[in-house]
Design a protein around this ligand. Structure first.
Ligand code: NDP
Length: 448
Protein backbone atom coordinates (compact mmCIF):
# COMPACT_ATOMS: atom_id res chain seq x y z
CA UNK A 1 0.00 0.00 0.00
CA UNK A 2 1.29 3.44 -0.89
CA UNK A 3 0.90 6.61 1.18
CA UNK A 4 -1.67 7.79 -1.38
CA UNK A 5 -3.89 4.70 -1.10
CA UNK A 6 -3.71 4.73 2.72
CA UNK A 7 -4.69 8.39 2.70
CA UNK A 8 -7.63 7.79 0.33
CA UNK A 9 -8.89 4.96 2.54
CA UNK A 10 -8.80 7.28 5.53
CA UNK A 11 -10.74 9.96 3.67
CA UNK A 12 -13.35 7.42 2.66
CA UNK A 13 -13.66 5.94 6.15
CA UNK A 14 -14.22 9.39 7.63
CA UNK A 15 -16.84 10.20 5.00
CA UNK A 16 -18.76 6.97 5.57
CA UNK A 17 -18.62 7.50 9.32
CA UNK A 18 -19.98 11.04 8.97
CA UNK A 19 -22.62 10.39 6.32
CA UNK A 20 -23.65 6.74 6.61
CA UNK A 21 -27.15 7.57 5.35
CA UNK A 22 -26.03 9.19 2.10
CA UNK A 23 -25.54 6.22 -0.29
CA UNK A 24 -25.70 8.20 -3.53
CA UNK A 25 -23.18 10.72 -2.29
CA UNK A 26 -20.82 7.99 -1.12
CA UNK A 27 -21.22 6.23 -4.49
CA UNK A 28 -20.28 9.41 -6.40
CA UNK A 29 -17.25 10.02 -4.20
CA UNK A 30 -16.21 6.36 -4.53
CA UNK A 31 -16.31 6.65 -8.33
CA UNK A 32 -13.86 9.52 -8.00
CA UNK A 33 -11.59 8.05 -5.29
CA UNK A 34 -11.14 4.82 -7.28
CA UNK A 35 -9.45 6.75 -10.07
CA UNK A 36 -7.40 9.42 -8.38
CA UNK A 37 -4.52 7.46 -6.78
CA UNK A 38 -2.04 8.09 -9.64
CA UNK A 39 -2.56 11.85 -9.32
CA UNK A 40 -1.78 11.76 -5.60
CA UNK A 41 1.28 9.65 -6.25
CA UNK A 42 2.50 12.34 -8.63
CA UNK A 43 1.51 15.15 -6.24
CA UNK A 44 2.30 14.12 -2.65
CA UNK A 45 1.73 17.74 -1.64
CA UNK A 46 -2.00 17.13 -2.15
CA UNK A 47 -1.87 14.47 0.56
CA UNK A 48 0.02 16.78 2.93
CA UNK A 49 -2.60 19.47 2.34
CA UNK A 50 -5.49 17.00 2.92
CA UNK A 51 -6.83 18.21 -0.40
CA UNK A 52 -9.17 15.27 -1.01
CA UNK A 53 -10.63 15.54 2.50
CA UNK A 54 -11.51 19.13 1.64
CA UNK A 55 -12.73 18.41 -1.91
CA UNK A 56 -15.33 15.88 -0.70
CA UNK A 57 -16.74 18.27 1.92
CA UNK A 58 -19.21 20.88 0.58
CA UNK A 59 -18.36 24.49 1.31
CA UNK A 60 -21.95 25.20 2.35
CA UNK A 61 -25.25 23.32 2.69
CA UNK A 62 -28.54 25.19 2.98
CA UNK A 63 -31.77 23.36 3.83
CA UNK A 64 -35.07 25.18 4.14
CA UNK A 65 -38.83 24.88 4.56
CA UNK A 66 -40.98 25.50 1.47
CA UNK A 67 -44.60 26.07 2.51
CA UNK A 68 -47.29 26.51 -0.17
CA UNK A 69 -51.06 26.17 -0.61
CA UNK A 70 -52.51 23.61 -3.03
CA UNK A 71 -55.60 24.14 -5.21
CA UNK A 72 -57.84 22.56 -2.56
CA UNK A 73 -56.65 25.13 -0.01
CA UNK A 74 -54.47 22.70 1.97
CA UNK A 75 -51.17 23.94 3.36
CA UNK A 76 -48.30 21.76 2.11
CA UNK A 77 -44.66 21.71 3.18
CA UNK A 78 -41.65 20.58 1.14
CA UNK A 79 -37.97 20.53 1.92
CA UNK A 80 -35.64 22.71 -0.18
CA UNK A 81 -31.86 22.41 -0.56
CA UNK A 82 -28.90 24.25 -2.04
CA UNK A 83 -25.46 22.69 -1.73
CA UNK A 84 -22.66 25.10 -2.70
CA UNK A 85 -20.02 22.46 -3.11
CA UNK A 86 -16.89 24.17 -4.38
CA UNK A 87 -16.32 27.74 -5.56
CA UNK A 88 -12.54 27.63 -6.07
CA UNK A 89 -12.68 28.25 -9.83
CA UNK A 90 -15.75 30.52 -10.09
CA UNK A 91 -19.27 31.30 -8.87
CA UNK A 92 -21.27 28.24 -7.85
CA UNK A 93 -23.27 26.82 -10.76
CA UNK A 94 -25.59 23.82 -11.03
CA UNK A 95 -29.20 22.82 -11.51
CA UNK A 96 -32.29 22.57 -9.34
CA UNK A 97 -34.17 19.27 -9.23
CA UNK A 98 -37.84 18.89 -8.30
CA UNK A 99 -38.62 15.22 -7.68
CA UNK A 100 -40.07 13.33 -4.69
CA UNK A 101 -36.78 11.43 -4.23
CA UNK A 102 -34.70 14.58 -3.61
CA UNK A 103 -32.83 14.51 -0.30
CA UNK A 104 -29.45 15.66 0.96
CA UNK A 105 -27.64 12.57 -0.35
CA UNK A 106 -28.95 13.12 -3.89
CA UNK A 107 -28.18 16.85 -3.87
CA UNK A 108 -24.66 16.26 -2.50
CA UNK A 109 -23.90 13.59 -5.11
CA UNK A 110 -25.07 15.90 -7.87
CA UNK A 111 -23.13 18.84 -6.41
CA UNK A 112 -19.94 16.81 -6.16
CA UNK A 113 -20.24 15.64 -9.78
CA UNK A 114 -20.93 19.22 -10.82
CA UNK A 115 -17.61 20.48 -9.42
CA UNK A 116 -15.57 18.21 -11.69
CA UNK A 117 -17.95 18.60 -14.64
CA UNK A 118 -17.83 22.39 -14.52
CA UNK A 119 -14.07 22.32 -14.34
CA UNK A 120 -13.94 20.07 -17.43
CA UNK A 121 -15.84 22.65 -19.49
CA UNK A 122 -12.80 24.99 -18.99
CA UNK A 123 -15.27 27.79 -18.12
CA UNK A 124 -14.84 29.67 -14.81
CA UNK A 125 -17.65 28.09 -12.77
CA UNK A 126 -17.71 26.34 -9.42
CA UNK A 127 -20.07 23.48 -8.57
CA UNK A 128 -23.44 23.46 -6.78
CA UNK A 129 -26.81 21.71 -6.90
CA UNK A 130 -30.20 22.14 -5.28
CA UNK A 131 -33.86 21.31 -5.42
CA UNK A 132 -36.76 20.06 -3.37
CA UNK A 133 -38.76 16.89 -2.72
CA UNK A 134 -41.74 18.40 -4.55
CA UNK A 135 -43.41 16.27 -7.23
CA UNK A 136 -44.51 18.43 -10.17
CA UNK A 137 -46.34 15.47 -11.72
CA UNK A 138 -50.11 15.95 -11.57
CA UNK A 139 -49.84 19.50 -10.18
CA UNK A 140 -51.65 22.39 -11.84
CA UNK A 141 -49.72 25.35 -13.29
CA UNK A 142 -50.99 27.47 -10.38
CA UNK A 143 -49.65 24.97 -7.83
CA UNK A 144 -46.26 24.80 -9.56
CA UNK A 145 -46.17 28.61 -9.55
CA UNK A 146 -47.03 28.92 -5.85
CA UNK A 147 -44.46 26.27 -4.95
CA UNK A 148 -41.64 27.77 -7.06
CA UNK A 149 -42.38 31.29 -5.75
CA UNK A 150 -42.13 30.05 -2.16
CA UNK A 151 -38.95 28.13 -3.02
CA UNK A 152 -37.32 31.21 -4.56
CA UNK A 153 -38.38 33.46 -1.68
CA UNK A 154 -35.92 31.54 0.48
CA UNK A 155 -33.32 30.59 -2.15
CA UNK A 156 -32.79 34.22 -3.26
CA UNK A 157 -30.93 34.93 -0.01
CA UNK A 158 -28.08 32.68 -1.09
CA UNK A 159 -27.66 33.29 -4.84
CA UNK A 160 -26.49 36.11 -7.13
CA UNK A 161 -25.01 36.56 -10.63
CA UNK A 162 -21.45 36.44 -9.25
CA UNK A 163 -22.26 34.20 -6.28
CA UNK A 164 -24.36 31.22 -7.32
CA UNK A 165 -26.37 30.79 -10.53
CA UNK A 166 -28.89 27.91 -10.51
CA UNK A 167 -30.42 26.27 -13.62
CA UNK A 168 -32.81 23.41 -14.46
CA UNK A 169 -32.60 19.65 -13.89
CA UNK A 170 -35.22 16.91 -13.49
CA UNK A 171 -38.63 18.58 -13.07
CA UNK A 172 -37.28 22.08 -13.74
CA UNK A 173 -37.69 23.33 -17.30
CA UNK A 174 -38.65 26.63 -18.91
CA UNK A 175 -41.92 27.00 -16.98
CA UNK A 176 -40.32 26.58 -13.54
CA UNK A 177 -37.31 28.79 -14.37
CA UNK A 178 -39.74 31.49 -15.57
CA UNK A 179 -41.72 31.47 -12.31
CA UNK A 180 -38.54 31.49 -10.21
CA UNK A 181 -37.03 34.31 -12.25
CA UNK A 182 -40.23 36.35 -11.84
CA UNK A 183 -40.20 35.90 -8.08
CA UNK A 184 -36.51 36.79 -7.82
CA UNK A 185 -37.19 39.96 -9.85
CA UNK A 186 -40.09 41.01 -7.61
CA UNK A 187 -37.85 40.73 -4.59
CA UNK A 188 -34.56 42.11 -5.92
CA UNK A 189 -35.14 43.80 -9.28
CA UNK A 190 -34.09 42.56 -12.72
CA UNK A 191 -30.78 40.76 -12.86
CA UNK A 192 -30.46 38.69 -16.01
CA UNK A 193 -27.60 36.58 -14.70
CA UNK A 194 -29.39 35.15 -11.67
CA UNK A 195 -30.60 31.93 -13.35
CA UNK A 196 -29.84 30.15 -16.62
CA UNK A 197 -32.22 28.24 -18.85
CA UNK A 198 -34.33 31.40 -19.12
CA UNK A 199 -36.82 32.08 -21.91
CA UNK A 200 -35.52 33.98 -24.92
CA UNK A 201 -37.72 37.00 -24.18
CA UNK A 202 -36.00 37.68 -20.83
CA UNK A 203 -32.31 36.88 -21.22
CA UNK A 204 -32.14 33.22 -22.23
CA UNK A 205 -29.68 31.76 -24.71
CA UNK A 206 -30.49 30.12 -27.99
CA UNK A 207 -29.55 26.41 -27.93
CA UNK A 208 -29.78 26.09 -24.12
CA UNK A 209 -32.77 23.68 -24.21
CA UNK A 210 -30.91 21.56 -26.76
CA UNK A 211 -27.50 21.80 -25.11
CA UNK A 212 -27.25 18.70 -22.90
CA UNK A 213 -28.73 16.32 -25.47
CA UNK A 214 -26.83 17.80 -28.43
CA UNK A 215 -23.63 17.93 -26.37
CA UNK A 216 -24.02 14.26 -25.44
CA UNK A 217 -24.04 13.34 -29.12
CA UNK A 218 -21.08 15.60 -29.97
CA UNK A 219 -19.14 13.87 -27.17
CA UNK A 220 -20.27 10.40 -28.31
CA UNK A 221 -19.28 11.09 -31.90
CA UNK A 222 -15.85 12.35 -30.78
CA UNK A 223 -15.36 9.21 -28.65
CA UNK A 224 -16.36 6.93 -31.53
CA UNK A 225 -14.18 8.74 -34.06
CA UNK A 226 -11.14 8.51 -31.77
CA UNK A 227 -11.70 4.76 -31.85
CA UNK A 228 -12.12 4.45 -35.61
CA UNK A 229 -15.93 4.41 -35.56
CA UNK A 230 -18.73 6.86 -36.32
CA UNK A 231 -22.26 7.54 -35.22
CA UNK A 232 -23.87 7.41 -38.66
CA UNK A 233 -25.60 4.08 -39.22
CA UNK A 234 -25.55 3.05 -35.55
CA UNK A 235 -28.55 1.70 -33.59
CA UNK A 236 -29.05 3.60 -30.35
CA UNK A 237 -31.10 2.94 -27.23
CA UNK A 238 -32.10 6.04 -25.25
CA UNK A 239 -33.84 6.09 -21.86
CA UNK A 240 -35.88 9.02 -20.54
CA UNK A 241 -38.15 11.32 -22.50
CA UNK A 242 -37.32 14.62 -20.83
CA UNK A 243 -35.09 17.49 -21.82
CA UNK A 244 -31.89 15.48 -22.25
CA UNK A 245 -33.45 12.45 -23.95
CA UNK A 246 -35.53 14.50 -26.39
CA UNK A 247 -32.64 16.54 -27.76
CA UNK A 248 -30.31 13.53 -27.70
CA UNK A 249 -32.86 11.78 -29.92
CA UNK A 250 -32.93 14.76 -32.28
CA UNK A 251 -29.15 15.08 -32.64
CA UNK A 252 -28.56 11.32 -32.92
CA UNK A 253 -31.12 11.21 -35.74
CA UNK A 254 -29.57 14.25 -37.46
CA UNK A 255 -26.15 12.58 -37.29
CA UNK A 256 -27.51 9.51 -39.09
CA UNK A 257 -28.14 7.09 -36.22
CA UNK A 258 -31.43 5.26 -35.56
CA UNK A 259 -32.90 5.81 -32.09
CA UNK A 260 -34.85 2.69 -31.16
CA UNK A 261 -36.34 3.67 -27.78
CA UNK A 262 -37.31 6.44 -25.36
CA UNK A 263 -38.90 5.91 -21.93
CA UNK A 264 -40.38 7.38 -18.78
CA UNK A 265 -40.75 5.98 -15.27
CA UNK A 266 -43.74 3.82 -16.34
CA UNK A 267 -42.46 2.24 -19.54
CA UNK A 268 -40.84 2.69 -22.94
CA UNK A 269 -41.63 2.88 -26.64
CA UNK A 270 -39.72 0.92 -29.24
CA UNK A 271 -39.72 1.65 -32.95
CA UNK A 272 -37.44 -0.26 -35.30
CA UNK A 273 -37.77 2.58 -37.84
CA UNK A 274 -36.49 5.20 -35.43
CA UNK A 275 -38.17 7.42 -32.84
CA UNK A 276 -39.60 10.70 -34.15
CA UNK A 277 -38.31 13.35 -31.74
CA UNK A 278 -40.97 15.86 -32.85
CA UNK A 279 -43.69 13.57 -31.50
CA UNK A 280 -41.79 13.13 -28.21
CA UNK A 281 -41.41 16.91 -27.96
CA UNK A 282 -45.13 17.47 -28.52
CA UNK A 283 -46.15 14.88 -25.90
CA UNK A 284 -43.61 15.81 -23.21
CA UNK A 285 -42.94 19.53 -23.67
CA UNK A 286 -46.29 20.80 -24.92
CA UNK A 287 -48.89 18.41 -23.52
CA UNK A 288 -46.90 17.22 -20.45
CA UNK A 289 -48.23 13.72 -21.21
CA UNK A 290 -46.85 10.17 -20.78
CA UNK A 291 -44.62 8.39 -23.30
CA UNK A 292 -47.28 5.66 -23.69
CA UNK A 293 -49.18 8.15 -25.87
CA UNK A 294 -46.39 7.94 -28.48
CA UNK A 295 -47.57 4.46 -29.51
CA UNK A 296 -51.13 5.80 -29.98
CA UNK A 297 -49.80 8.30 -32.53
CA UNK A 298 -47.08 6.36 -34.37
CA UNK A 299 -48.39 3.07 -35.75
CA UNK A 300 -44.98 1.37 -36.07
CA UNK A 301 -44.16 1.91 -32.36
CA UNK A 302 -44.82 -0.54 -29.51
CA UNK A 303 -45.31 0.46 -25.87
CA UNK A 304 -44.05 -1.79 -23.05
CA UNK A 305 -44.31 -1.34 -19.30
CA UNK A 306 -41.09 -1.56 -17.26
CA UNK A 307 -37.46 -0.62 -17.78
CA UNK A 308 -36.04 -0.17 -21.26
CA UNK A 309 -32.85 -1.85 -19.98
CA UNK A 310 -34.78 -5.12 -19.53
CA UNK A 311 -35.78 -5.18 -23.20
CA UNK A 312 -33.75 -7.30 -25.62
CA UNK A 313 -32.97 -5.89 -29.05
CA UNK A 314 -29.67 -5.69 -30.97
CA UNK A 315 -28.09 -2.27 -30.80
CA UNK A 316 -24.71 -0.50 -30.77
CA UNK A 317 -24.83 2.43 -28.35
CA UNK A 318 -26.61 2.99 -25.02
CA UNK A 319 -27.45 6.55 -23.98
CA UNK A 320 -29.06 6.51 -20.52
CA UNK A 321 -30.78 9.90 -20.11
CA UNK A 322 -33.29 9.40 -17.25
CA UNK A 323 -31.89 9.22 -13.73
CA UNK A 324 -29.24 7.92 -11.32
CA UNK A 325 -28.59 4.18 -10.96
CA UNK A 326 -31.06 3.28 -13.71
CA UNK A 327 -28.77 0.48 -15.06
CA UNK A 328 -28.01 -2.38 -12.65
CA UNK A 329 -25.21 -4.92 -13.02
CA UNK A 330 -27.64 -7.46 -14.51
CA UNK A 331 -29.00 -4.92 -16.95
CA UNK A 332 -25.45 -4.00 -17.98
CA UNK A 333 -24.77 -7.70 -18.70
CA UNK A 334 -27.89 -7.71 -20.88
CA UNK A 335 -26.78 -4.55 -22.68
CA UNK A 336 -23.46 -6.22 -23.50
CA UNK A 337 -25.26 -9.38 -24.68
CA UNK A 338 -27.42 -7.21 -26.96
CA UNK A 339 -24.22 -6.09 -28.70
CA UNK A 340 -23.73 -2.56 -27.34
CA UNK A 341 -20.14 -1.41 -27.75
CA UNK A 342 -20.40 2.07 -26.20
CA UNK A 343 -22.24 3.80 -23.37
CA UNK A 344 -22.40 7.58 -23.00
CA UNK A 345 -24.19 8.92 -19.95
CA UNK A 346 -26.71 11.74 -20.48
CA UNK A 347 -28.16 11.35 -16.98
CA UNK A 348 -26.02 11.88 -13.89
CA UNK A 349 -24.57 8.60 -12.53
CA UNK A 350 -27.07 6.39 -14.42
CA UNK A 351 -24.89 3.29 -14.09
CA UNK A 352 -24.53 1.47 -10.77
CA UNK A 353 -20.95 0.58 -9.75
CA UNK A 354 -21.71 -3.03 -10.81
CA UNK A 355 -22.85 -1.84 -14.25
CA UNK A 356 -19.72 0.26 -14.73
CA UNK A 357 -17.53 -2.68 -13.72
CA UNK A 358 -19.34 -4.86 -16.27
CA UNK A 359 -18.81 -2.33 -19.09
CA UNK A 360 -15.13 -2.06 -18.24
CA UNK A 361 -14.63 -5.82 -18.02
CA UNK A 362 -16.20 -6.18 -21.48
CA UNK A 363 -14.02 -3.41 -22.95
CA UNK A 364 -16.87 -1.04 -23.86
CA UNK A 365 -16.18 2.61 -24.58
CA UNK A 366 -17.67 4.54 -21.65
CA UNK A 367 -18.33 8.28 -21.67
CA UNK A 368 -19.00 9.19 -18.02
CA UNK A 369 -21.76 11.66 -17.15
CA UNK A 370 -19.52 14.44 -15.88
CA UNK A 371 -17.92 14.63 -19.32
CA UNK A 372 -20.67 13.45 -21.67
CA UNK A 373 -23.51 15.57 -20.26
CA UNK A 374 -21.50 18.74 -19.57
CA UNK A 375 -23.05 20.50 -22.58
CA UNK A 376 -25.95 21.85 -20.52
CA UNK A 377 -23.83 23.63 -17.98
CA UNK A 378 -21.41 24.75 -20.69
CA UNK A 379 -24.17 26.57 -22.55
CA UNK A 380 -25.49 27.88 -19.22
CA UNK A 381 -22.09 29.50 -18.74
CA UNK A 382 -22.35 30.91 -22.27
CA UNK A 383 -25.78 32.30 -21.27
CA UNK A 384 -24.05 34.03 -18.32
CA UNK A 385 -21.48 35.52 -20.72
CA UNK A 386 -24.23 36.82 -23.03
CA UNK A 387 -26.08 38.31 -20.02
CA UNK A 388 -22.90 40.11 -18.89
CA UNK A 389 -22.29 41.45 -22.41
CA UNK A 390 -26.02 42.29 -22.86
CA UNK A 391 -25.85 40.52 -26.21
CA UNK A 392 -27.53 37.46 -27.74
CA UNK A 393 -25.52 35.14 -29.90
CA UNK A 394 -27.03 33.25 -32.84
CA UNK A 395 -28.06 29.60 -32.55
CA UNK A 396 -25.17 28.56 -34.80
CA UNK A 397 -22.65 30.50 -32.75
CA UNK A 398 -23.77 28.86 -29.46
CA UNK A 399 -24.10 25.42 -31.06
CA UNK A 400 -20.64 25.76 -32.64
CA UNK A 401 -19.09 26.68 -29.30
CA UNK A 402 -20.92 23.77 -27.64
CA UNK A 403 -19.51 21.34 -30.18
CA UNK A 404 -16.00 22.72 -29.65
CA UNK A 405 -16.35 22.40 -25.87
CA UNK A 406 -17.59 18.80 -26.04
CA UNK A 407 -14.76 17.80 -28.38
CA UNK A 408 -12.32 19.47 -26.02
CA UNK A 409 -13.79 17.63 -23.02
CA UNK A 410 -13.36 14.31 -24.79
CA UNK A 411 -9.79 15.15 -25.78
CA UNK A 412 -8.82 16.41 -22.31
CA UNK A 413 -10.21 13.19 -20.76
CA UNK A 414 -8.45 10.99 -23.32
CA UNK A 415 -5.17 12.93 -22.85
CA UNK A 416 -5.37 12.55 -19.06
CA UNK A 417 -5.99 8.80 -19.46
CA UNK A 418 -2.94 8.65 -21.78
CA UNK A 419 -0.76 10.64 -19.40
CA UNK A 420 -1.38 8.07 -16.65
CA UNK A 421 -1.25 5.02 -18.97
CA UNK A 422 -4.91 4.22 -18.44
CA UNK A 423 -5.73 3.28 -22.04
CA UNK A 424 -9.38 4.00 -22.94
CA UNK A 425 -10.48 4.64 -19.37
CA UNK A 426 -12.35 7.87 -20.04
CA UNK A 427 -13.97 7.63 -16.59
CA UNK A 428 -10.61 8.04 -14.88
CA UNK A 429 -9.54 10.53 -17.56
CA UNK A 430 -12.54 12.80 -16.88
CA UNK A 431 -12.03 12.63 -13.11
CA UNK A 432 -8.34 13.47 -13.42
CA UNK A 433 -8.79 16.25 -15.99
CA UNK A 434 -11.66 17.81 -14.01
CA UNK A 435 -9.84 17.54 -10.70
CA UNK A 436 -6.56 19.06 -11.91
CA UNK A 437 -7.84 22.62 -12.30
CA UNK A 438 -9.80 22.53 -9.02
CA UNK A 439 -6.72 21.16 -7.24
CA UNK A 440 -4.47 23.90 -8.66
CA UNK A 441 -6.94 26.62 -7.65
CA UNK A 442 -7.41 25.23 -4.13
CA UNK A 443 -3.68 24.80 -3.55
CA UNK A 444 -3.08 28.40 -4.67
CA UNK A 445 -5.79 29.76 -2.36
CA UNK A 446 -4.42 28.33 0.90
CA UNK A 447 -6.26 26.14 3.41
CA UNK A 448 -9.82 26.90 2.33
P1 NDP B 1 -36.60 15.83 -17.17
O1 NDP B 1 -37.38 16.08 -15.93
O2 NDP B 1 -36.80 16.72 -18.34
O3 NDP B 1 -36.82 14.32 -17.66
C1 NDP B 1 -36.49 13.23 -16.87
C2 NDP B 1 -36.87 11.98 -17.61
O4 NDP B 1 -36.35 10.84 -16.92
C3 NDP B 1 -38.37 11.77 -17.69
O5 NDP B 1 -38.68 11.07 -18.85
C4 NDP B 1 -38.64 10.93 -16.46
O6 NDP B 1 -39.83 10.16 -16.53
C5 NDP B 1 -37.43 10.04 -16.44
N1 NDP B 1 -37.18 9.63 -15.06
C6 NDP B 1 -36.95 10.42 -13.98
N2 NDP B 1 -36.81 9.69 -12.87
C7 NDP B 1 -36.94 8.41 -13.27
C8 NDP B 1 -36.90 7.17 -12.59
N3 NDP B 1 -36.70 7.12 -11.26
N4 NDP B 1 -37.06 6.03 -13.33
C9 NDP B 1 -37.27 6.09 -14.67
N5 NDP B 1 -37.34 7.23 -15.35
C10 NDP B 1 -37.18 8.36 -14.66
O7 NDP B 1 -35.07 15.84 -16.71
P2 NDP B 1 -33.76 16.05 -17.59
O8 NDP B 1 -33.94 15.45 -18.93
O9 NDP B 1 -33.38 17.47 -17.45
O10 NDP B 1 -32.70 15.21 -16.74
C11 NDP B 1 -32.44 13.81 -16.99
C12 NDP B 1 -31.08 13.46 -16.43
O11 NDP B 1 -30.08 14.27 -17.04
C13 NDP B 1 -30.91 13.69 -14.92
O12 NDP B 1 -30.02 12.72 -14.40
C14 NDP B 1 -30.24 15.06 -14.86
O13 NDP B 1 -29.52 15.26 -13.66
C15 NDP B 1 -29.31 14.95 -16.06
N6 NDP B 1 -28.84 16.22 -16.59
C16 NDP B 1 -29.71 17.19 -17.02
C17 NDP B 1 -29.21 18.37 -17.54
C18 NDP B 1 -30.10 19.41 -18.13
O14 NDP B 1 -29.55 20.37 -18.73
N7 NDP B 1 -31.41 19.31 -18.03
C19 NDP B 1 -27.76 18.64 -17.58
C20 NDP B 1 -26.94 17.52 -17.19
C21 NDP B 1 -27.49 16.38 -16.69
P3 NDP B 1 -41.12 10.59 -15.66
O15 NDP B 1 -41.73 11.72 -16.43
O16 NDP B 1 -41.94 9.36 -15.61
O17 NDP B 1 -40.61 11.00 -14.30
Amino acid sequence: MTAATTYLEQVRAELVQRDPHQPEFIEAVDNFLKTITPVLEKHPEYVDANLIGRVVEPERVVQFRVPWVDDAGHVRVNRGFRVQFNGAIGPYKGGLRLHPTVNLSIVKFLGFEQVLKNSLTTLPIGGAKGGADFDPKGKSDAEVMRFTQSFMTELQKYIGPDVDVPAGDIGVGGREIGYMFGQYRRLNGYQAGILTGKGLSYGGSLARPEATGFGLLYYTDAMLQANGEQLAGKRVKISGAGNVATYATQKATELGATVLTVSDSNGFVYDENGIDYQVVKQIKEVERGRIKEYADRVSTAEYHEGSVWDFDVDYDIALPCATQNEISGDQAARLIKNGAKAVAEGANMPSTPEATAAYQAAGLLVGPAKAANAGGVAVSALEMSQNSERLSWSFDEVDGRLKGIMEHIFKASADAADEYDLGHDYIAGANIAGFSKVADAMMAQGII
